[in-house]
Design a protein around this ligand. Structure first.
Ligand SMILES: C[S@@+](CC[C@H](N)C(=O)[O-])C[C@H]1O[C@@H](n2cnc3c(N)ncnc32)[C@H](O)[C@@H]1O
Length: 253
């Protein structure tokens, strides 16, 4: 019997939200050394273009690899490629540890004693805040910052609405477009002002990025205008000195 191929660690790499400038050097190096890249739908074209041509690409964001029903198939693909001896990068949009189903995939590797590394990425909220010239925390305004999902496996996600409704709170809401009206209702029910600033950043750090500067009162209308992935920055408005703020693509043009 031929000897089994040596198994390389699977690298779980964050792609950042879109721009090549937001990919870490560690993730870039892992992509250059890979035999197989198993990637999500949210990994943007600028990042895909950095993968060498000879590398096998497996798109687990397309039909048949749906977000919930397909998780077992995704796990099986990662395990099969790793056991074949390939150097595998599992490339995820943003940071793999934020709403990235990382644990399910790590558990699948553990069942086969396959080693791994995690290469964190810039999450959508960090880059969105930077694109509107804001800081996610600020002395005297908010000493904590929350990352929420608009929906979880049970439907619209319940949160600490009372805490979030306090003046000065800041949160980034992921996967929040469909739940925008629910989130608005819960926050206002707990006393949040309808004038609370809210900024939606769609297609963060991509050429088609759009910033919608709104308030809690208009959040559902603004969310309805977004077709692409969007992160909702609750409690933050774009910095007033917007003239001094160039988006990444303008700055590098
Ligand atoms: C499954 S979560 C993945 C989050 C990702 N791991 C991260 O750290 O950014 C998908 C949600 O992340 C947000 N998101 C991811 N990439 C984005 C982008 N380029 N622009 C805006 N929002 C994005 C959206 O709220 C989207 O619905």
């Amino acid at each position: 019997m031929p000897p089994l191929p040596p198994i390389s660690p699977v690298h779980f790499a964050g792609a950042g939200p879109g721009a090549a400038a937001h990919l870490t050097l560690g993730a870039y190096q892992a992509l250059q050394a890979a035999d197989v890249v198993i990637h999500d739908r949210l990994v943007g074209p600028e990042i895909m273009a950095l993968i060498p041509a000879h590398v096998v690409r497996v798109d687990v964001g397309k039909e048949g690899f749906g977000p919930s029903a397909g998780q077992d198939a995704i796990n099986a693909a990662i395990v099969a490629h790793a056991l074949s001896g390939a150097r595998v990068v599992r490339l995820k949009g943003g940071d793999p540890g934020i709403f990235g189903r990382l644990d399910e995939e790590l558990d699948a590797l553990a069942a086969h004693a396959i080693p791994f590394t995690i290469l964190p990425g810039l999450t959508a909220a960090s880059v969105a805040a930077a694109q509107i010239g804001q800081s996610l925390t600020k002395r005297g305004r908010n000493a904590s910052f929350r990352i929420l999902t608009g929906h979880d496996m049970a439907g619209f996600a319940e949160q600490d609405w009372r805490g979030l409704a306090r003046a000065g709170e800041v949160a980034a809401i992921y996967m929040g477009k469909k739940s925008a009206r629910f989130v608005q209702g819960r926050l206002m029910m707990h006393g949040a002002s309808p004038d609370t600033p809210v900024t939606l950043v769609e297609n963060v750090s991509r050429a088609e990025q759009r910033v919608l500067d709104t308030t809690l009162a208009s959040l559902p209308d603004a969310a309805a205008q977004c077709d692409g992935p969007a992160v909702i920055l609750y409690g933050l408005a774009p910095r007033a000195a917007a003239t001094a703020l160039l988006t990444l693509h303008e700055a590098t043009a």
